[in-house]
Write a protein that binds this ligand. Sequence first.
Ligand code: NAD
Length: 271
Amino acid sequence: MAVKIAVTGFSGRMGRALAEALALSEKAEISAAIVRPGSSLVGADAGEVSGLGRNGLAIVDCLEKADFDVLIDFTAPQVTVDNAAYCAAHNLPIVIGTTGFDAEDKASVLAQAEKIPLCLASNFSTGVNLCFKLLETAARVMGEEADIEIVEAHHRHKVDAPSGTALSMGEVVADTLGRDLGTVAVYGREGQTGVRDRETIGFATVRGGDVVGEHSVMFLAEGERVEINHRASSRLSFARGAVRAALWLSGGAEGHRAPGHYDMRDVLGLN
Ligand code: NAD
């Protein structure tokens, strides 16, 4: 029997990609489509709204009206805080793609992992998670002798910067080198900056057009430079990864995975 997945933020960019990924999946099916309260889409046919053909599933405006085994949430920090609490209260696993949490909201979300399996990732694409692994190697081999800079680009509608993925990349590099990202990160530069401190990790952000997501991590040494680049050309890469994570959390016939905080590297067996 297919695993029943609820998608919140259904009318958003990622909501639409998730509808497509679920339609392509043989092991998972969409069982609830949730939009913000007051949306004109409430009651409309979810298949029709996502352009995939009628599927008889009426869009709802809250989790209480949804029947599901796993929730996939790509919305906004405050919405995700509430949804994670709902899932914990009902013993249901949750996959979280939302980015831009402040420390308090992130702690509140992660506290629910004591009660339910929770997979939180700033990027659900397979390629980016492979890049995290490559970054560990690059940092180990070149990190002490290279200046490290991270550049990312996204579409003009993105509301947080730098991207959650860029910050995760910075964390992987900093952790490997025994540095604290909070101390060594430099976000943008302007004016009389002084010479570069080798220990720092620089971030630069580009916003515009319809760029789905691009990340470049540069290890700039004397006489040579290594770049690890990832370019997403479709949101389906994130959506398929999130569906894979939901299936992994649901754990199959024996019931869902043990409560805990997982990420996409756990799902892919890279940790
Ligand atoms: P979006 O603005 O297109 O979609 C967000 C949707 O959430 C909107 O449709 C909004 O109406 C809906 N929403 C708001 N409140 C709601 C509520 N109470 N109930 C149900 N729905 C509600 O944004 P997007 O591009 O789809 O991105 C959403 C989030 O996912 C962002 O934080 C983004 O950074 C993140 N993201 C993560 C990944 C990843 O791989 N982790 C990939 C892409 C985007």
